[in-house]
Design a protein around this ligand. Structure first.
Ligand SMILES: C[S@@+](CC[C@H](N)C(=O)[O-])C[C@H]1O[C@@H](n2cnc3c(N)ncnc32)[C@H](O)[C@@H]1O
Length: 247
């Protein structure tokens, strides 16, 4: 049995910044969202360099939101002459946006024409807001987007896949602790390919400790814009601490 889906409660500030009324937190700032996604998630995972050695490179993201991280990753892949054959982007989203909100958010945040075209392509195939997995393909099946409309807390531990890079992007830990629990972070390690990396804009100590306990060598790195620090890391081994999955 799957829980019924609740669409995102999106509102827009005067400057166009989309935010979640439910979480009282922004999806992306209206200015600099694309540069932030590149700095935190692409550079934080040493991309594009790392996908050049792979045939298929798989990203796993918590919190698809308006898909800015997906669109910047897709663009970087497309612009890279040494790109891997297939880019697979898997993302979990508990409160997906309606197509109308998605398009309005794109208009407010995307200032790059190539990315705007890709955003348009995504909006065009945006699935019905029904719970479960929605597989979407672009670029003649070389860019695969698997959208999982579900609560990551229950869906992530049940996922059967391997990831080369983790994008942890679920609103701030203070406002949305459920996406940053030690149990959820430990569940990632089960899916980590050898040498898998992670990046997140947060530098919260509790998140860093949970990542280290789960087997990532999480460390602070320079953040983007006003954010002094973020976290990056590589999967280096089995968890050093057992976690109670009910925590
Ligand atoms: C900061 S936004 C993500 C921005 C997004 N990565 C992008 O590139 O546009 C955080 C997202 O996490 C989602 N979220 C919050 N709790 C969740 C949960 N338990 N499971 C899955 N997604 C969740 C929110 O609905 C929101 O879309």
């Amino acid at each position: 049995m799957t829980d019924p889906l609740m669409p995102a409660s999106v509102a827009f500030r005067e400057d166009g910044t989309p935010y979640s009324v439910l979480h009282d937190d922004i999806y992306h700032s209206a200015a600099g969202a694309l540069a932030q996604a590149r700095h935190v998630f692409l550079e934080g995972n040493a991309l594009p360099r790392r996908w050049r050695d792979a045939r298929t490179f798989t990203v796993l993201e918590t919190g698809f939101g308006m898909g800015i991280n997906f669109l910047t990753t897709w663009s970087a892949w497309r612009d890279d002459p040494q790109r891997c054959e297939t880019l697979h982007f898997v993302s979990l989203e508990k409160y997906p946006m309606t197509r109308a909100d998605l398009e309005r958010a794109f208009d407010a945040v995307i200032d790059d024409p190539a990315l705007a075209q890709r955003a348009h392509d995504l909006a065009h195939v945006w699935p019905a807001l029904t719970p479960g997995t929605h597989a979407i393909a672009f670029e003649h099946d070389r860019v695969r987007l698997t959208l999982i409309f579900a609560d990551a807390v229950t869906a992530l531990p049940a996922l059967d896949m391997r990831a080369d890079a983790f994008y942890l992007d679920g609103f701030s830990p203070a406002k949305n602790p459920e996406l940053w629990s030690p149990a959820l972070i430990a569940a990632l390690t089960r899916m980590a390919n050898e040498g898998a990396t992670l990046a997140t804009y947060t530098s919260a100590g509790a998140v860093r400790r949970a990542l280290i306990a789960a087997g990532f060598d999480a460390r602070r790195a320079p953040g983007f814009g006003w954010k002094r620090e973020m976290l990056v890391g590589r999967f280096v081994g089995a968890p050093t601490v057992m976690h109670d999955q009910n925590n």
